[in-house]
Ligand binder design. Sequence first.
Ligand code: SOE
Length: 398
Amino acid sequence: MSTQTTELRIGMVGYAFMGTAHSQAWRTVNRVFDLSLRARMAAICGRDQVRVAEAAAQLGWQEHTSDWRALIDRDDIDLIDVCTPGDSHAEIAIAALAAGKHVLCEKPLANTIDEARAMATAAAAAEAAGVRSMCGFNYRRVPAVTLMRRLIADGRIGEIRHVRAVYLQDWITDPQFPLVWRLQKDRAGSGALGDIGAHIIDLTQFVTGQRIAGVSALTETFVKQRPLPAASSGLSAATGDGLSGTGAVTVDDAALFLARLDGGAIATYEATRFATGRKNGLRVEINGSQGSVVFDFERMNELEFYDATRPSAEQGFARILVTEPDHPYMSGWWPPGHVIGYEHSFTHQARDFIEAIATGADVAPSFADALQVQLVLDAVERSAALGSMWSEVEPVLT
Ligand code: SOE
């Protein structure tokens, strides 16, 4: 950090969907959690001068700029929050780390393995100088998911046998939905696989403590040509005037794979943007030798727990309402029974990163953890390209 301060001065790059979610988190985190550093929303950056000025006013940033390099060069900024499309993550994050700024980077870490490796290397070098980095896999910070990990780590479901994970959306089922950046490989890296498949890869590795060691995959692009957009931002886009023509979709619409985890579990994964009627359907079920746990994002304040060690007459899935003060993160929020939502996971992410910076505690997911996810994405693509051939996933050595 440039100067000693009890403030953590944030510079954020990007202001679409994720930028808005992160802004909400920085704005809220110190009101909810008692932390030794205070986040200050110092400056926001975006390419369009007018729109970034509007975003700054709307989201609560003190200043705005259209030059991310100038933002990184400022010695009154301590942390750079990267909320841009994947094609600029590596460049911005590596430059920020080199300038001594802590970095929070949205997922997936990068668009390619090479970029992700370079980011993890830069993060390791910066770490030696006390500069921290984290990748934004926010669903880890849903209290029910963190509780799921705790129950598994405490041995409450025994040895893990099965992992069953799906992430289902439907926002591009209409073939007339325009060719937004998320459908272009050079901008997004991959499609449903990297955008939402990455979440369930990270989440399942997080809760089980096991690494995906190999996969057999298939991917599909159902709609291969789409109208060029007139304008787009986040998940919304305006269709063109009909005169601009169409362009090729260069990413997967859906990705499915079987996997082996290095602790002995076997797993299935499905990520798709074509699950008609499923808006943001993230569901993970883990079956162990002594029980099961189930998380469903549509009921994100609950965790289902089946304890096979209970007397048979009392067995059945119990629904734990994860709103007690001794549940992860919940002591900061409302009295028991008062549920929280999607945006709170980002506040928890900001909380954990601030605490790690303040105390020197380990950061998770680190860029090395996010590289591990990237290696799985790569193995899925290799396997699919070779007709579902088994592809090993190498471990990241830290
Ligand atoms: C779009 O599919 C998206 O916004 C993802 O990019 C996010 O990571 C996910 O949380 C919601 O859906």
